[in-house]
Design a protein around this ligand. Structure first.
Ligand code: BTN
Length: 251
């Protein structure tokens, strides 16, 4: 079917030709909007990536969108939402015949290059969540990237996948809603973790863990029930990595 088959995600869609950042706009309206409201823009003039990076968001070249979420869960369970988003993007693209992998916690990869990223922003009290802004950026049509990112970024078109942005958005919202509702209502993580494991670009591999200026060679073992990455250090110590401010680079 070509209709959006969701109950909550995308029941309201706010569309812009241009905006600074869909995440920033979503934050401003989050308290007065219902859960599932989607903010989407053709262009972002100040698109934001993780760890203070900027996110190139040229007009009509990609999908730049944010979903307003208001889950009734404790804030400690919020990081898992990023994994749900990654799993739904990988699944949605797979539905459309595109094979991707997930670089924990939030990069979607084709041919060793990034085609999509997720930026989750949380507003919470001690016991409850006010809202979560789930920002998703997907490079769809971009053919030329700036020099600094051309070695690490790619787009669906560049990889030979000419698929409409509407089809991608619909598939993502449908896949995301299914997994999200199961997580919130039934606390069920196993299906999400299995998708993350099956699509993982790093489990079983040696990678560099990068934190500021520090760089450490580690072996990725698994993603655990908390959504943390379980790794083995050079000295054979097993430890958990919390997504926070770290990034991972191939060896
Ligand atoms: C990353 O990989 O560093 C995260 C990139 C997230 C980009 C998306 S595009 C829509 C939303 N609005 C933003 O300003 N950023 C996110």
């Amino acid at each position: 079917s070509h209709r959006l088959e969701t109950k909550v995600m995308g029941r309201k869609i706010v569309h812009f030709e241009t905006i600074d950042s869909t995440n920033d706009y979503a934050k401003k309206v989050a308290l007065q909007e219902l859960e599932g409201t989607v903010i989407i823009s053709e262009e972002q003039t100040k698109g934001k990536g993780r760890i203070g990076r900027q996110w190139y968001s040229k007009s009509k070249e990609g999908i730049w969108m944010s979903i307003i979420l208001k889950p009734k869960i404790v804030p400690q369970k919020a990081p898992f939402i990023t994994l749900i988003a990654g799993a739904s993007i990988a699944k949605a693209l797979n539905n459309l015949g595109i094979e991707t992998t997930i670089k924990w916690p939030n990069d979607i990869i084709i041919n060793n290059k990034k085609i999509a990223g997720i930026l989750t922003e949380l507003s919470a009290e001690i016991e409850r969540i006010n809202y979560i802004i789930l920002g998703i950026g997907i490079n769809v049509k971009t053919m030329e990237f700036s020099q600094e990112i051309s070695e690490i970024a790619t787009s669906l078109y560049k990889e030979g996948h000419k698929i409409s942005r509407v089809d991608i958005v619909r598939n993502i919202l449908e896949e995301f809603e299914k997994l999200y509702i199961k997580y919130i209502n039934e606390d069920s993580k196993e299906e999400i973790l299995n998708i993350c494991r099956n699509y993982s670009a790093i489990i079983g591999k040696d990678v560099y863990l990068i934190k500021g200026e520090e760089k450490e060679l580690i072996r990725c073992l698994d993603i655990n029930q908390e959504g943390n990455l379980v790794v083995q250090t050079k000295d054979s110590i097993i430890k958990e990595i919390i997504s926070g401010e770290v990034s991972i680079r191939g060896v």
